[in-house]
Design a protein around this ligand. Structure first.
Ligand SMILES: Cc1cc2nc3c(=O)[nH]c(=O)nc-3n(C[C@H](O)[C@H](O)[C@H](O)COP(=O)(O)OP(=O)(O)OC[C@H]3O[C@@H](n4cnc5c(N)ncnc54)[C@H](O)[C@@H]3O)c2cc1C
Length: 477
C-alpha cells in the first residue's frame, strides 16, 4: 500500500474539521494510506460554533444559523448522515426590524411596504428609487458605505447598511469592502450597475431555477451538531485537544510542528500542513519562516464581540417578537448592535411560555465594550430590552459569551490582500491556509474553504510521486 501521506491540520473549527473529514474520505476512496492528525488548542472542537443547554433554553454562543445558497453545509450534513437533523427558520422570521426612535420598525419586504415604511423619510425613499438612473462608482473598489451612498443616498446607509454591517460582520460600513464582504450583492450589481435592476432579474431567474432554495437553517440541537458529527466521523487517535501549536519549521518538503499539550512540549511531523486557524494565529506561526507572508496575514483586522443571552417569561416581554430580530443604527445611540429573537426563529430554543433573546455588543465600532464586566454587559442588555421591546420582569436566564477577535473584517483591500497571501503561500506547495479569514466569513464558506484545502493536499500529493519519478529517471533509461 506504500508509505502513508502524513497530514497535520491545525485548528478544529469548522474549516479544520471539514478539511480533516474530506481528507479521510478522499484517501479512503483512492485506497491510499493517510496518517492524519488534527491539533486543537482548546478543550473542544467547533471553534466559533458552540451550543449550550441551560434550564431548558438552547443557546447559541456564536452563529444563529446558516444561509447556504450553494448547499455546502446541506451536502456535508448529508455525507455525515445528519440531514434529518436540519431545521429551517420559521416563516415569521422573514420579518426583520430596525430600531428607529428607540422602537422596532419593520423593514419593508416589498415595494408597496417600502413606500409606506417609516424607516426612511420621503426624500430618503425617493432617493432610493432614483438608483437605476444615477452614475455609479466601480463596486469593486469602494467601501460598503461609499457604495450605498452612491446608489441609495446617505439616509439609507445610516438606517440600513450600517446596521447590516454590524449585524453580519460586527463591522463598520465605512471600512468594509463592498465586493469582498458582500460578494453576492456585488455579483447582482456588477452586470447592471443597479441593484434594483439586478434584483428584478434575479427574482425572475429564480422563478425558473431548478436549484434548491434553502432558508436560514440550523440543527435540532443547534449549530454544535455539525462539528460534533464531524468529530465523531474522524474516529479514534486523530484529534488532539488542548494542543496549542507554537511554531512550525520546514523539514525538507515537509514540516515539523512544536506544540504544547497542556505544559508538555510535543512535536509532530507532516508531509502536508493545513493551517485552519485565524490569520493572526497563522501569522505568528509563519513569521520566522516567511516574514512577508506573516505581514500580509497580520493585516487582516478582526472585530471582538460579546453575545448576551437573556431568557424571559413570555408574558414579561411586551413586544410580540414576530420576526428575526432588530438591528440598531448608530444614530440611535444604543450600545448593543442588535437583538435576535432566537425563540421566534427556530423551535425548541426556550421552554414553554418563555422566550430567548440574544444581544450582540461590541464589534469594530465599539471595541471597548469587551472591557465591560459581566454584570455591566447584563445590565446594559436588560436596559435595552426594557426600553426597546418593553419588559415587566427580570430575565430567568442570563449568559455571556465573549469572542475576542471573533470575526474577520473584510475591509477595503481585502481581495488584494488575500491574493497577495495566496501568492506568497504558493512558495510553500505543501502549506495550505484555510478558514473564515480569507474567502468568506459565513459557516458554509468556512467549511468550503476547509474542503478546498483538502482537495489542494490531494492534488499536491498526487503530483509529488510524479515529480519523484521524473527525478529518478536517469537520461537514457
Ligand atoms: C459571535 C459570532 C456570530 C456568528 N454568526 C454567524 C452566523 O449567524 N452565521 C454564519 O454563517 N456565521 C456566523 N459567524 C461566523 C462563523 O461562525 C465563523 O466564521 C466560522 O465558524 C469560522 O470557522 P473557522 O474554522 O474558520 O475558524 P474558528 O471557528 O475560529 O476555528 C479556529 C480554531 O483554531 C483553533 N486554534 C487557534 N490557534 C491555534 C493554535 N495555535 N493551535 C491549535 N489550534 C488553534 C481555535 O481554538 C479554533 O478552534 C459568527 C461568528 C461569531 C464569532
Amino acid at each position: 500500500m506504500g508509505k502513508p501521506v502524513k497530514v497535520v491540520v491545525v485548528g478544529a473549527g469548522l474549516s479544520g474539521l471539514a478539511a480533516a473529514f474530506a481528507l479521510k474520505k478522499h484517501f479512503q476512496k483512492i485506497n491510499k494510506p493517510l496518517e492524519l492528525t488534527l491539533l486543537e488548542r482548546s478543550n473542544r472542537t467547533g471553534g466559533s460554533l458552540l451550543t449550550e443547554s441551560h434550564g431548558g433554553f438552547l443557546i447559541e454562543a456564536g452563529p444563529t444559523g446558516f444561509l447556504d445558497p450553494d448547499g455546502i453545509l446541506h451536502d456535508l450534513a448529508r455525507d455525515l448522515g445528519i440531514s434529518e437533523e436540519i431545521v429551517e427558520s420559521s416563516r415569521a422570521s422573514n420579518k426583520r426590524f430596525i430600531i428607529k426612535n428607540g422602537r422596532p420598525a419593520a423593514l419593508p419586504m416589498n415595494p408597496v411596504q417600502f413606500i409606506t415604511s417609516p424607516i426612511l423619510s420621503v426624500q430618503g425613499r425617493l432617493r432610493m428609487f432614483a438608483e437605476p438612473f444615477l452614475a455609479k462608482k466601480d463596486p469593486e473598489t469602494v467601501t460598503l458605505a461609499e457604495w450605498g451612498r452612491n446608489h441609495f443616498g446617505d439616509e439609507a446607509v445610516k438606517m440600513m447598511l450600517d446596521p447590516m454591517a454590524s449585524g453580519v460582520f460586527a463591522g463598520d460600513a465605512e471600512k468594509l469592502s463592498f465586493a469582498a464582504a458582500f460578494p453576492r450583492i456585488a455579483q447582482i450589481v456588477l452586470p447592471h450597475r443597479s441593484v434594483l435592476a439586478g434584483m428584478a432579474q434575479t427574482v425572475y431567474r429564480r422563478k425558473f431555477s431548478k436549484k434548491p432554495r434553502y432558508r436560514l437553517s440550523s440543527f435540532i440541537k443547534g449549530m454544535s451538531q455539525i462539528p460534533s458529527a464531524l468529530e465523531k466521523n474522524l474516529g479514534a487517535g486523530i484529534l488532539k485537544l488542548n494542543t496549542s501549536v507554537q511554531s512550525i519549521k520546514q523539514n525538507g518538503t515537509g514540516w515539523t510542528l512544536t506544540a504544547l499539550e497542556g505544559n508538555v512540549p510535543k512535536s509532530y511531523e507532516a508531509d502536508h500542513l493545513i493551517l485552519a486557524v485565524p490569520s493572526d494565529a497563522a501569522a505568528r506561526m509563519l513569521d520566522p519562516l516567511s516574514p512577508a507572508l506573516a505581514e500580509q496575514l497580520q493585516q487582516i483586522p478582526y472585530a471582538s464581540v460579546a453575545v448576551v443571552a437573556l431568557g424571559y417569561r413570555r408574558q414579561d416581554i411586551l413586544h410580540p417578537l414576530d420576526g428575526f430580530g432588530a438591528l440598531v443604527p448608530r444614530a440611535e445611540n444604543l450600545r448593543p448592535l442588535g437583538v435576535l429573537f432566537d425563540s421566534s426563529v427556530f423551535q425548541g430554543r426556550a421552554p414553554q411560555d418563555h422566550v430567548l433573546l440574544r444581544l450582540m455588543v461590541g464589534g469594530r465600532q465599539d471595541p471597548s465594550a469587551m472591557d465591560l464586566k459581566d454584570e455591566d454587559l447584563i445590565s446594559l442588555a436588560q436596559e435595552f430590552v426594557g426600553k426597546v421591546l418593553g419588559s415587566r420582569g427580570n430575565p430567568v436566564l442570563q449568559k455571556i459569551y465573549r469572542w475576542p477577535g471573533g470575526i474577520a473584517q473584510y475591509e477595503t483591500g481585502h481581495l488584494e490582500r488575500v491574493a497577495g497571501i495566496e501568492r506568497e503561500a504558493q512558495k510553500f506547495p505543501t502549506l495550505h491556509l484555510c478558514g473564515a479569514s480569507y474567502r468568506g466569513v459565513s459557516t458554509p464558506l468556512a467549511a468550503r474553504d476547509g474542503l478546498s484545502a483538502a482537495a489542494d493536499v490531494l492534488m499536491t500529493a498526487a503530483a509529488k510521486p510524479k515529480a519523484r519519478e521524473t527525478e529518478a529517471r536517469v537520461p537514457g533509461d
